[in-house]
Ligand binder design. Structure first.
Ligand code: IMP
Length: 205
């Protein structure tokens, strides 16, 4: 596996693109001299049909690596609630049905958990770099916390208004975006993956 001088992002989400670029600027200014390229505009929507975060990240990254002949970086995330055996998990974005809104997903979660005292949960991100020859580097990130009984806060997206990370007295949706981004599951997964990419400098043949 070689140290890449270019990586193309598989995400079409501008917030994620900014988040990834900020992580590199903040933590890898000297170590990661890699051009980060946006997802090509001519690649259409990529259906996420996998039944694990890794499978979905692989579907997205492989498609972009094939289309560009460059190493491609993808991520896939979700919320895993302990007492629900890891649900909504890989179905986090469509928990209340196909094309469900964030609000509908959140309300379904709150109704499923009504009266439950064990509220422990975690957000998980799988980050994956796929090379055009099929080689892969992967890393995961997690943040643990608890699900409140009702939504609090206006920021963020998805399940942010009901997720209170351990060690904080507010939900993700009450945090300024910079604070959330500095502790999030995505940040942890990308840092772990970028550390592995930097490590390729020493092992590339
Ligand atoms: P994605 O793989 O990053 O697109 O995340 C899939 C789904 O997981 C989102 O549509 C949300 O429902 C949920 N999710 C992932 N990350 C977060 C987060 O940081 N806050 C709230 N919800 C999230």
């Amino acid at each position: 596996m070689f140290y890449p001088n270019k990586i193309v992002l598989a995400t079409a989400n501008p917030h994620k693109t900014t988040e990834i670029r900020n992580i590199i600027k903040t933590y890898y200014a000297k170590d990661l001299d890699i051009d980060i390229l946006p997802r090509p505009k001519d690649v259409g929507e990529i259906p996420e049909t996998g039944d694990t975060f890794l499978a979905n990240a692989r579907i997205k990254a492989s498609r972009i690596a094939r289309a560009t002949n460059l190493p491609a970086l993808a991520d896939d995330s979700g919320l895993l609630v302990d007492v629900l055996d890891g649900l909504p998990g890989v179905n986090s974005s469509c928990y209340a049905g196909e094309h469900a809104s964030d609000r509908a997903n959140l309300e379904k979660l709150l109704s499923e958990m009504e009266g439950m005292t064990d509220r422990k949960a975690g957000f998980v991100t799988q980050a994956l770099l796929v090379f055009p020859n099929g080689d892969e580097l992967s890393a995961t990130g997690e943040i643990r916390g608890e699900i409140l009984g009702f939504p609090v806060g206006q920021n963020g997206f998805g399940y942010d208004p009901v997720f209170k990370p351990d060690g904080y007295a507010m939900t993700f949706a009450e945090m300024k975006p910079d604070l959330k981004d500095s502790i999030s599951h995505r940040k942890r997964a990308f840092i772990a993956l970028f550390n592995r990419i930097v490590g390729l400098k020493d092992t590339s043949v």
